[in-house]
Design a protein. Structure first.
Length: 457
């Protein structure tokens, strides 16, 4: 079905038949699954949501089901955490067939506090409404972006009769094509009126899903219970969540299964960090867990907790090297910022003899115009005097340090302490970059005038 409600015929079977028929003619032509290169399960939300799966997320109205799903969408798009679980950063397509734009914007402002490039919310407020299940457009996006695909609510994402097994089987088959393209499909659904229902409509819906979650809320405490009632690939877990709607936060208060899994993942991560390059057998011997459990966790944590590299018939595991980005120590680019050199205080090193300054090589400047530097120590912390001459503040500070040490050695009261702080800033193209704040004054021309402070304890 297309977005305008008309039927769209997609001849998937014809394409697949051609592809298979060109390679397989007899029983012997069928590839051996044990010799094929099959990638491990690829979790977007650790132990919960993975690529190539369909998740049915059921909950009654008023249980914050949509709010929690939006929180997960933000976590995956930013590569942060959801309910204490690590998320692999990936694109997210949230098809909203029900909520108004102002409600969605208000919640995202709480949780994201700004635009997120990897998150797209496609709502009915747009001139082109979100596509229906079975549309060629939806499948094309699934193949192109392989996103976390959230359909909210499932009932409005198709035009079939929910209670008709034949019609719903066809709808779920269309979603199977999306998951085969690499999507992680999440369907927000409503339960039937019967007690303990995990989703209304035909049993073909739940039967085609790989994971089924049931969300409930206590009227007395307001706590949310998220229970996994079906999982083809892992354990069934249950957790209690305390929501804070004012700030858009959800805190896990009780989850024994998740606590155990987190502890095991942390243990394996520590082993791999301490001894990079361990094989599965060596990790199993050191971890003290069942071998099948170790292999399961190693596959689940690949690319999120550690890297897996093949070596012959073995697999070796290494810590993930963080990517260089905008963090402490660089200026918003991949180029590191030169830190300030610190003059030692009187209480560091040997008090009898002032510490000797080690020779430093002057770093090469990226521009063709070289900056003036001290001929004695190589520092760039030069102060321009009124007569046009330069004074090296690093050398001046060291002289002040030697003088103070001499005075302290001669007369130092029992309860008197002297503290000299000085810093030499390296200037680059007129800017001053310091990882620690100097106890001096930065002048308008980019120079640093150092200041010696004396305090009495």
């Amino acid at each position: 079905m297309s977005s305008n409600g008309s039927a769209v015929h997609i001849d998937f079977d014809s394409h697949l038949t051609k592809q298979i028929a060109s390679k397989i003619f007899h029983f012997e032509d069928v590839p051996d699954v044990m010799t094929m290169e099959i990638p491990p399960i690829d979790y977007l939300v650790d132990g919960m949501i993975s690529r190539g799966t369909i998740t049915l997320w059921t909950g009654t109205d008023g249980t914050a089901k949509t709010f929690l799903a939006q929180k997960m969408a933000v976590a995956v798009a930013t590569g942060s955490e959801f309910l204490g679980r690590r998320c692999q950063q990936a694109r997210v397509l949230y098809c909203d067939y029900e909520n108004p734009s102002f409600a969605v914007r208000e919640r995202l402002d709480l949780m994201a506090r700004g635009p997120i490039s990897g998150l797209k919310v496609w709502g009915t407020w747009l001139q082109h409404p979100p596509p229906q299940i079975g549309s060629e457009l939806l499948l094309a996006i699934a193949k192109e972006a392989r996103p976390l695909l959230i359909l909210d609510p499932f009932r409005y994402s198709h035009g079939a009769e929910e209670n008709d097994s034949t019609e719903m089987s066809a709808v779920m088959q269309q979603l199977t094509y999306c998951k085969a393209a690499g999507c992680a499909v999440v369907l927000l659904h409503h339960p039937a009126k019967t007690e303990g229902s995990t989703g209304r409509g035909s049993s073909a819906i739940r039967g085609a899903c790989d994971v089924a979650l049931l969300q409930e809320m206590s009227d007395e405490t307001g706590l949310i219970t998220l229970k996994c009632v079906k999982n083809r690939f892992g354990e069934r877990s249950i957790c209690t969540i305390r929501p804070d709607y004012e700030v858009g936060a959800f805190e896990v208060t009780d989850s024994p299964e998740f606590t155990k899994r987190s502890a095991e993942m942390d243990k394996l991560q520590q082993l791999i960090s301490e001894t990079p390059g361990l094989t599965q057998n060596l990790i199993y011997q050191k971890a003290g867990m069942r071998k099948s459990r170790v292999i399961e966790l190693l596959k689940a944590g690949k690319n999120s907790f550690w890297e897996e590299l093949p070596e012959g018939r073995s697999l070796r595991y290494f810590p993930i090297v963080p990517k260089r980005g905008n963090n402490q120590g660089n200026n918003g680019t991949t180029a590191g910022v030169l830190s300030c050199s610190i003059v030692p205080t009187p209480y560091s090193g040997n008090k009898e003899q002032p510490p000797q300054r080690t020779s430093k090589s002057v770093p090469e400047q990226p521009t063709s115009k070289s900056l003036p530097s001290c001929k004695t120590c190589g520092s760039f912390a030069l102060y321009r005097e009124k007569d046009g001459s330069f004074t090296c503040e690093t050398c001046t500070s060291e002289k002040a340090f030697v003088k103070l040490m001499t005075e302290n050695k001669a007369t130092e009261p029992n309860r008197q302490r002297h503290h000299v702080t000085a810093t030499a800033a390296q200037t680059l193209q007129g800017d001053v970059h310091c990882e620690q704040q100097p106890h001096g004054q930065v002048h308008a021309d980019g120079d640093v005038k150092l200041q010696t402070t004396e305090s009495i304890a």
